[in-house]
Design a protein around this ligand. Structure first.
Ligand code: NDP
Length: 511
């Protein structure tokens, strides 16, 4: 194992342009790199580190940024636990609807009493089918064609929409990737075809997704594992950019959290953007439509709860595509590497667990009172407003370098300094007014309010649809802590000034 000299003191950050103002990765130890490419990446980092010798070393800000180079036992246990349990967790939440009308406790009671065994539950679940494989192959291929072969034209006539070729954030190695932003167009084309089929062509039933749901789970798992494994092997054998690879000494951690930063095939097929944005998020609204169609088929009507879930989640999905260029500057793209966490997560976790509410409502058609429906709608819309406005305020503030108006006033901010990879001193700003003055991550709070609204739309009969809010809370609280650790390392005492000025993370006065 080799340790680079400056490991404890130098922060390797990069140019201010990355991730709004700058991104940073710390070249710590690189162990057991098994390919020549990885060795070369290490040598280059060593050369860089020796260039940043003692004279360039700074004590403030200092620390380690971004994804870990060395894995502590806690992270490793969490990674292995997730790798082993996550696929079964997804299966469990889908299976309980298929066999127990979405009761989470019933299978556990039956297992405990001996009425059911793991084997009997497994045998009752639908298996892989070639029909599902065909549907999924057509679906993914269609999304690949839309992503790769249909350049965006919507930005030419939709005012305010930033589509077409856009720059991503600067990678740790200093690259700025170009992306063809055509997600909104792909979503529109796909949904127009879905509508045309349902209304006129009748090539397939609109319930097709629901009708093949568990067999499709098999197919998505196959793709999820193939993609993650391919990305893992590719990072060793033919990385897109060797200097953006991050190896730890632990194979599980590498597999789960990824090695390559922006794996690509050719110039344009970007794994992160495609897998996060296309087969998963485009499908999200179609899956919900399929659930609504199934309610109509089974009961002859669609409940107001189903309509609420469809509408609120469609707003979230459309927001994602309308702001796809902004998404290039978020933590997913700026800091996370592409591994099982993103590859499998996008293929399996997202489409199956983000749509649990609609699935639940097929089996439990809840009709909400007007007051309940109005409260859910209000919570969902206020949550969306907070989420979008907070994200927008930061985007505007960073784009204009603070020369803008937030809540009718010039924004206040804390001036921060950090050092770049070449030792240069850079400046950045952390806003302390608007939503960013109320708490440090109100965008997450808004997201959580919206998530709670989806769950509350299902009434209070079962805990099954509430899994989503539990998961989102864990995800976003963990993300908040992870991001703050990185920012604290990057900005040092300036970050402390910021947290003194804005002391709460998600809920003013509480957390
Ligand atoms: P943010 O958009 O909040 O970005 C965090 C970064 O913003 C920090 O690293 C820092 O970067 C910069 N920053 C922090 N504080 C300030 C400030 N006061 N003023 C200016 N810049 C600041 O995080 P994410 O990328 O995680 O989230 C983007 C959105 O995506 C969120 O709304 C989140 O809810 C949503 N999301 C949804 C998920 C889902 O599954 N539904 C999953 C993950 C996210 P710098 O180094 O540039 O200073």
């Amino acid at each position: 194992m080799e340790k680079l000299d400056h490991y404890k003191t130098v922060v390797i950050v990069q140019d201010e342009r990355c991730c709004n103002e700058g991104d940073a990765e710390h070249p710590g130890s690189a162990t057991e790199m098994s390919s020549a490419v990885a060795m070369e990446a290490t040598r280059r980092r060593q050369r860089l580190s020796s260039n940043w010798g003692a004279s360039e070393t700074t004590e403030e800000p200092a620390g380690q940024w971004g994804r870990a180079w060395e894995v502590d036992w806690f992270s490793l246990s969490a990674v292995i636990l997730l790798l082993c349990t996550a696929p079964f967790l997804v299966f469990f939440f889908v299976m309980v609807c298929d066999q127990y009308q979405c009761s989470v406790s019933q299978p556990l009671v039956e297992l405990y009493s001996g009425e059911a065994t793991l084997r009997s539950i497994w045998e009752k679940a639908p298996s892989f089918t070639w029909t599902a494989a065909q549907i999924y192959t057509v679906w993914v291929s269609f999304q690949v064609v839309l992503y790769m072969c249909v350049p965006d034209i919507t930005h030419k006539f939709l005012p305010g929409y930033a589509g077409g070729v856009q720059d991503g954030a600067r990678t740790p190695a200093g690259l700025i990737n170009k992306y063809e932003i055509n997600g909104l167009q792909s979503w529109l084309i796909t949904h127009a075809l879905w509508y045309a089929n349902a209304q006129y062509f009748h090539w397939f039933s609109p319930t097709i997704i629901f009708d093949n749901w568990i067999p499709l789970l098999w197919c998505t798992n196959i793709l999820g594992y193939v993609v993650s494994t391919f990305a893992f092997v590719k990072a060793y054998l033919f990385p897109t950019n060797a200097e953006d690879c991050k190896f730890t000494g632990n194979v599980f951690y590498n597999y789960m959290m990824g090695i390559e930063f922006n794996p690509r095939i050719g110039k344009w097929f970007d794994f992160k953007l495609f897998f996060n944005g296309r087969p998963g998020i485009v499908a999200w609204t179609l899956i919900n439509l399929s659930y609504a169609a199934k309610q109509q088929e089974l009961y002859g009507y669609v409940t107001n709860s189903m309509i609420l879930v469809n509408v609120l989640q469609a707003i979230y999905v459309l927001d994602f595509f309308w702001n796809e260029a902004w998404y290039l500057k978020t933590i997913d793209i700026c800091h996370d590497h592409f591994g099982w966490y993103l590859g499998w997560g996008d293929c399996v976790w997202l489409p199956f667990l983000y749509t649990l509410q609609g699935l639940y409502l097929v089996y439990n058609p809840v009709q909400l009172s007007t007051a309940h429906a109005a409260a859910v709608l209000l919570l969902g819309l206020v949550g969306y407003y907070v989420f979008r406005s907070t994200n927008h305020q930061k985007d505007l503030f960073r784009r204009t370098e603070g020369k803008c108006s937030v809540w009718g006033k010039k924004p206040t901010f804390i001036e921060c300094a950090y050092r770049s990879g070449d030792g240069g001193l850079h400046h950045s700003k952390l806003m302390t007014s608007g939503f960013w003055g109320v708490a440090r991550h109100l965008n997450y709070t808004g997201d959580l309010m919206g998530s709670l609204a989806y769950c509350a739309a299902c009434g209070f009969g079962h805990i099954h649809p509430y899994f989503y809010i539990v998961y989102m809370t864990i995800l976003l609280v963990h993300r908040c802590v992870r991001d703050e650790h990185r920012c604290s390392s990057k900005y040092g005492k300036d970050w402390k000034r910021y947290t003194d000025a804005v002391p709460y993370r998600l809920l003013p006065g509480i957390f």
